[in-house]
Design a protein around this ligand. Structure first.
Ligand SMILES: Cc1ncc(COP(=O)(O)O)c(C=O)c1O
Length: 285
Protein backbone atom coordinates (compact mmCIF):
# COMPACT_ATOMS: atom_id res chain seq x y z
CA UNK A 1 0.00 0.00 0.00
CA UNK A 2 1.42 3.37 -1.06
CA UNK A 3 0.89 6.44 1.09
CA UNK A 4 1.88 10.09 0.75
CA UNK A 5 4.18 11.71 3.31
CA UNK A 6 5.65 15.20 2.90
CA UNK A 7 5.74 15.15 -0.89
CA UNK A 8 6.77 11.52 -1.41
CA UNK A 9 4.78 8.42 -2.29
CA UNK A 10 6.19 5.61 -0.16
CA UNK A 11 5.15 2.13 1.00
CA UNK A 12 3.08 2.46 4.17
CA UNK A 13 5.69 0.65 6.33
CA UNK A 14 8.32 3.21 5.26
CA UNK A 15 6.15 6.23 6.13
CA UNK A 16 7.73 7.18 9.46
CA UNK A 17 7.14 10.28 11.60
CA UNK A 18 9.93 11.66 13.84
CA UNK A 19 9.33 11.44 17.59
CA UNK A 20 9.60 15.27 17.65
CA UNK A 21 6.47 15.63 15.53
CA UNK A 22 4.05 17.99 17.23
CA UNK A 23 1.16 15.77 16.25
CA UNK A 24 2.68 13.05 18.43
CA UNK A 25 3.80 15.34 21.27
CA UNK A 26 0.85 17.76 21.51
CA UNK A 27 -1.92 16.50 19.27
CA UNK A 28 -1.04 19.69 17.36
CA UNK A 29 -2.74 18.97 14.06
CA UNK A 30 -5.92 18.47 12.12
CA UNK A 31 -7.29 15.66 9.98
CA UNK A 32 -9.96 14.78 7.42
CA UNK A 33 -11.67 11.54 6.44
CA UNK A 34 -13.25 11.41 2.98
CA UNK A 35 -15.46 8.67 1.60
CA UNK A 36 -14.61 7.14 -1.77
CA UNK A 37 -17.23 5.32 -3.82
CA UNK A 38 -16.13 3.69 -7.09
CA UNK A 39 -12.94 5.72 -7.12
CA UNK A 40 -14.63 9.08 -6.58
CA UNK A 41 -13.92 11.07 -3.40
CA UNK A 42 -17.30 12.28 -2.10
CA UNK A 43 -17.60 16.05 -1.50
CA UNK A 44 -13.82 16.48 -1.86
CA UNK A 45 -14.20 20.27 -2.14
CA UNK A 46 -16.03 20.52 1.18
CA UNK A 47 -13.41 18.39 2.92
CA UNK A 48 -10.62 20.52 1.42
CA UNK A 49 -12.33 23.71 2.63
CA UNK A 50 -12.77 22.31 6.13
CA UNK A 51 -9.11 21.26 6.19
CA UNK A 52 -8.10 24.81 5.21
CA UNK A 53 -10.40 26.27 7.87
CA UNK A 54 -8.80 23.90 10.41
CA UNK A 55 -5.17 24.75 9.65
CA UNK A 56 -6.02 28.45 9.55
CA UNK A 57 -7.90 28.13 12.85
CA UNK A 58 -4.85 26.52 14.47
CA UNK A 59 -2.43 28.88 12.62
CA UNK A 60 -0.59 25.99 10.97
CA UNK A 61 1.38 27.33 8.03
CA UNK A 62 0.11 25.10 5.20
CA UNK A 63 0.94 26.62 1.78
CA UNK A 64 -2.00 28.26 0.01
CA UNK A 65 -3.85 25.87 -2.25
CA UNK A 66 -2.21 22.76 -0.72
CA UNK A 67 -5.64 21.58 0.47
CA UNK A 68 -6.73 21.23 -3.17
CA UNK A 69 -3.46 19.53 -4.14
CA UNK A 70 -4.21 16.95 -1.46
CA UNK A 71 -7.39 15.98 -3.31
CA UNK A 72 -5.20 15.19 -6.34
CA UNK A 73 -2.86 13.24 -4.04
CA UNK A 74 -5.87 11.27 -2.78
CA UNK A 75 -6.96 10.50 -6.34
CA UNK A 76 -3.48 9.21 -7.19
CA UNK A 77 -3.42 7.01 -4.07
CA UNK A 78 -6.85 5.60 -4.96
CA UNK A 79 -5.64 4.71 -8.46
CA UNK A 80 -2.19 3.39 -7.50
CA UNK A 81 -3.55 1.25 -4.67
CA UNK A 82 -6.23 -0.37 -6.84
CA UNK A 83 -9.10 1.29 -4.95
CA UNK A 84 -10.91 2.53 -8.04
CA UNK A 85 -13.83 0.14 -7.54
CA UNK A 86 -15.99 -0.56 -4.49
CA UNK A 87 -15.62 1.52 -1.35
CA UNK A 88 -12.66 3.19 0.33
CA UNK A 89 -11.76 6.05 2.64
CA UNK A 90 -8.99 8.63 2.46
CA UNK A 91 -7.33 9.87 5.65
CA UNK A 92 -5.40 13.17 5.63
CA UNK A 93 -3.48 14.69 8.50
CA UNK A 94 -1.52 17.92 8.81
CA UNK A 95 0.53 18.71 11.91
CA UNK A 96 2.63 21.73 12.87
CA UNK A 97 5.77 19.74 12.01
CA UNK A 98 8.73 18.22 13.87
CA UNK A 99 11.23 20.36 15.76
CA UNK A 100 13.49 19.70 18.78
CA UNK A 101 13.67 20.75 21.53
CA UNK A 102 10.05 20.34 22.56
CA UNK A 103 8.41 23.70 23.29
CA UNK A 104 4.74 24.52 23.78
CA UNK A 105 4.94 27.67 21.68
CA UNK A 106 5.00 27.45 17.89
CA UNK A 107 8.25 26.27 16.27
CA UNK A 108 10.40 28.79 14.31
CA UNK A 109 8.82 30.37 11.23
CA UNK A 110 9.48 28.27 8.16
CA UNK A 111 9.05 24.92 9.96
CA UNK A 112 7.34 22.66 7.45
CA UNK A 113 4.08 21.07 8.50
CA UNK A 114 3.94 17.27 8.37
CA UNK A 115 1.46 16.21 5.69
CA UNK A 116 0.22 12.62 5.47
CA UNK A 117 -2.43 11.06 3.19
CA UNK A 118 -3.45 7.40 3.10
CA UNK A 119 -6.25 5.50 1.36
CA UNK A 120 -7.74 2.20 2.43
CA UNK A 121 -10.57 -0.22 1.66
CA UNK A 122 -13.76 0.42 3.58
CA UNK A 123 -16.71 -1.79 4.48
CA UNK A 124 -19.74 0.38 5.41
CA UNK A 125 -21.74 -0.74 8.47
CA UNK A 126 -24.75 -1.80 6.41
CA UNK A 127 -25.73 -4.71 8.68
CA UNK A 128 -26.08 -2.37 11.68
CA UNK A 129 -28.03 0.06 9.49
CA UNK A 130 -30.64 -2.61 8.72
CA UNK A 131 -31.60 -3.15 12.37
CA UNK A 132 -30.57 0.30 13.67
CA UNK A 133 -27.85 1.35 16.08
CA UNK A 134 -27.80 1.47 19.86
CA UNK A 135 -26.21 4.60 21.32
CA UNK A 136 -25.06 5.46 24.82
CA UNK A 137 -24.71 8.92 26.33
CA UNK A 138 -21.40 10.34 27.48
CA UNK A 139 -20.67 13.69 29.18
CA UNK A 140 -19.40 16.26 26.68
CA UNK A 141 -16.09 16.99 28.37
CA UNK A 142 -14.48 18.45 25.21
CA UNK A 143 -12.82 21.84 24.78
CA UNK A 144 -14.41 25.03 23.43
CA UNK A 145 -13.44 24.60 19.75
CA UNK A 146 -15.17 21.38 18.72
CA UNK A 147 -15.68 23.02 15.31
CA UNK A 148 -12.02 22.34 14.49
CA UNK A 149 -11.28 18.77 13.42
CA UNK A 150 -8.17 18.39 15.55
CA UNK A 151 -6.42 15.10 16.24
CA UNK A 152 -7.02 15.73 19.96
CA UNK A 153 -9.72 13.08 20.19
CA UNK A 154 -9.43 11.74 23.73
CA UNK A 155 -13.03 12.47 24.83
CA UNK A 156 -14.23 11.00 21.52
CA UNK A 157 -12.09 7.89 22.09
CA UNK A 158 -13.50 7.48 25.61
CA UNK A 159 -17.09 8.04 24.44
CA UNK A 160 -16.72 5.50 21.63
CA UNK A 161 -15.16 2.95 23.98
CA UNK A 162 -18.04 3.45 26.43
CA UNK A 163 -20.34 2.57 23.53
CA UNK A 164 -18.31 -0.50 22.56
CA UNK A 165 -18.20 -1.64 26.20
CA UNK A 166 -22.01 -1.42 26.28
CA UNK A 167 -22.36 -3.30 22.97
CA UNK A 168 -23.54 -0.08 21.30
CA UNK A 169 -22.52 1.63 18.05
CA UNK A 170 -21.89 5.21 19.13
CA UNK A 171 -21.34 7.42 22.15
CA UNK A 172 -23.45 10.57 22.10
CA UNK A 173 -22.18 13.66 23.89
CA UNK A 174 -24.51 15.48 26.29
CA UNK A 175 -23.68 18.95 27.60
CA UNK A 176 -25.98 20.58 30.20
CA UNK A 177 -28.79 18.22 29.23
CA UNK A 178 -28.42 19.00 25.50
CA UNK A 179 -27.34 16.50 22.85
CA UNK A 180 -24.40 18.05 21.00
CA UNK A 181 -23.13 15.32 18.65
CA UNK A 182 -21.72 11.80 18.57
CA UNK A 183 -18.08 10.76 19.09
CA UNK A 184 -17.74 10.56 15.29
CA UNK A 185 -21.18 11.52 14.03
CA UNK A 186 -23.80 14.27 13.90
CA UNK A 187 -27.05 13.44 15.72
CA UNK A 188 -30.48 14.19 14.23
CA UNK A 189 -33.86 13.66 15.93
CA UNK A 190 -37.44 13.82 14.69
CA UNK A 191 -39.84 15.62 17.02
CA UNK A 192 -43.37 16.52 15.90
CA UNK A 193 -42.53 15.44 12.32
CA UNK A 194 -39.74 18.00 12.29
CA UNK A 195 -36.07 17.21 11.84
CA UNK A 196 -33.76 18.76 14.43
CA UNK A 197 -30.00 18.91 14.78
CA UNK A 198 -27.66 20.99 16.93
CA UNK A 199 -26.80 24.36 15.33
CA UNK A 200 -23.31 25.04 14.01
CA UNK A 201 -20.92 26.87 16.32
CA UNK A 202 -18.04 25.96 18.56
CA UNK A 203 -19.84 23.05 20.22
CA UNK A 204 -19.92 20.71 17.19
CA UNK A 205 -17.96 19.77 14.10
CA UNK A 206 -19.30 21.30 10.85
CA UNK A 207 -19.90 17.81 9.47
CA UNK A 208 -19.90 17.40 5.71
CA UNK A 209 -22.60 14.71 5.92
CA UNK A 210 -24.70 16.99 8.13
CA UNK A 211 -24.59 19.64 5.39
CA UNK A 212 -25.54 17.12 2.70
CA UNK A 213 -28.38 15.69 4.82
CA UNK A 214 -29.75 19.21 5.38
CA UNK A 215 -29.67 19.80 1.61
CA UNK A 216 -31.43 16.50 0.94
CA UNK A 217 -34.06 17.25 3.59
CA UNK A 218 -34.76 20.62 1.92
CA UNK A 219 -35.07 18.92 -1.49
CA UNK A 220 -37.48 16.38 0.01
CA UNK A 221 -39.64 19.09 1.63
CA UNK A 222 -38.80 17.93 5.17
CA UNK A 223 -39.19 20.69 7.76
CA UNK A 224 -35.83 21.10 9.47
CA UNK A 225 -34.55 23.29 12.28
CA UNK A 226 -30.91 23.63 13.27
CA UNK A 227 -31.95 23.68 16.89
CA UNK A 228 -30.60 21.73 19.83
CA UNK A 229 -32.73 19.08 21.52
CA UNK A 230 -32.33 17.64 25.01
CA UNK A 231 -31.46 14.13 26.06
CA UNK A 232 -34.91 13.96 27.70
CA UNK A 233 -36.52 14.77 24.34
CA UNK A 234 -34.42 12.08 22.64
CA UNK A 235 -35.49 9.60 25.31
CA UNK A 236 -39.12 10.69 25.39
CA UNK A 237 -40.75 12.73 22.62
CA UNK A 238 -38.50 11.80 19.68
CA UNK A 239 -40.19 9.47 17.22
CA UNK A 240 -36.96 8.81 15.28
CA UNK A 241 -33.29 9.60 15.48
CA UNK A 242 -30.25 8.99 13.35
CA UNK A 243 -26.52 9.54 13.19
CA UNK A 244 -24.77 10.96 10.13
CA UNK A 245 -21.13 10.86 9.09
CA UNK A 246 -18.68 10.10 6.31
CA UNK A 247 -18.36 6.46 7.40
CA UNK A 248 -21.80 5.78 8.96
CA UNK A 249 -23.85 7.60 6.26
CA UNK A 250 -27.38 7.95 7.67
CA UNK A 251 -27.48 5.44 10.53
CA UNK A 252 -30.79 4.93 12.35
CA UNK A 253 -30.40 5.25 16.15
CA UNK A 254 -32.99 3.00 17.76
CA UNK A 255 -32.07 3.03 21.44
CA UNK A 256 -30.31 5.29 23.91
CA UNK A 257 -28.76 3.88 27.07
CA UNK A 258 -30.82 0.73 26.52
CA UNK A 259 -34.23 2.47 26.19
CA UNK A 260 -35.98 2.50 22.79
CA UNK A 261 -36.15 5.70 20.71
CA UNK A 262 -39.68 5.95 19.26
CA UNK A 263 -40.84 2.40 18.55
CA UNK A 264 -37.26 1.12 18.67
CA UNK A 265 -37.02 0.60 14.90
CA UNK A 266 -35.53 2.66 12.06
CA UNK A 267 -38.04 5.37 11.19
CA UNK A 268 -39.58 6.37 7.86
CA UNK A 269 -37.92 9.81 7.60
CA UNK A 270 -34.58 8.22 8.46
CA UNK A 271 -35.00 5.66 5.69
CA UNK A 272 -36.02 8.30 3.15
CA UNK A 273 -32.96 10.43 3.96
CA UNK A 274 -30.71 7.36 4.09
CA UNK A 275 -31.85 6.29 0.61
CA UNK A 276 -31.36 9.83 -0.71
CA UNK A 277 -27.83 9.98 0.71
CA UNK A 278 -27.00 6.55 -0.73
CA UNK A 279 -28.03 7.84 -4.15
CA UNK A 280 -25.90 10.98 -3.72
CA UNK A 281 -22.97 8.79 -2.74
CA UNK A 282 -23.48 6.66 -5.82
CA UNK A 283 -24.22 3.56 -3.76
CA UNK A 284 -27.99 3.58 -4.31
CA UNK A 285 -29.87 1.68 -6.97
C1 LIG B 1 -17.16 14.76 16.36
C2 LIG B 1 -17.65 14.46 14.98
N1 LIG B 1 -18.86 14.89 14.60
C3 LIG B 1 -19.35 14.65 13.37
C4 LIG B 1 -18.62 13.91 12.45
C5 LIG B 1 -19.17 13.69 11.09
O1 LIG B 1 -18.48 14.53 10.18
P1 LIG B 1 -18.42 14.19 8.63
O2 LIG B 1 -19.82 14.11 8.14
O3 LIG B 1 -17.69 15.34 8.04
O4 LIG B 1 -17.72 12.88 8.52
C6 LIG B 1 -17.35 13.46 12.79
C7 LIG B 1 -16.56 12.70 11.83
O5 LIG B 1 -15.50 12.20 12.12
C8 LIG B 1 -16.84 13.74 14.09
O6 LIG B 1 -15.63 13.31 14.46
Amino acid sequence: MLVYLNGDYVPRERALIPVDDRGFLFGDGIYEVTRVVRGRPFEAGRHARRLRRGVDGLRIDLPTGMEDELTAVAERLIAENGLGDGEATVYMQVTRGAVAPRTHQFPPAGTRPTVYVGAQRFAPPDAVRERGAAVVTYPDIRWGRCDLKTVNLLPNVLAKQAAVDAGAFEGVFVRDGTVTEGAQTTVFAVLDDTLLTHPLGERILPSVTREVVLELAAELGITTYEEAFTIDELRGAATEAFLASTTADVMPAVSVDGAPIGDGRPGAMTRTLGDALARRLGRGD
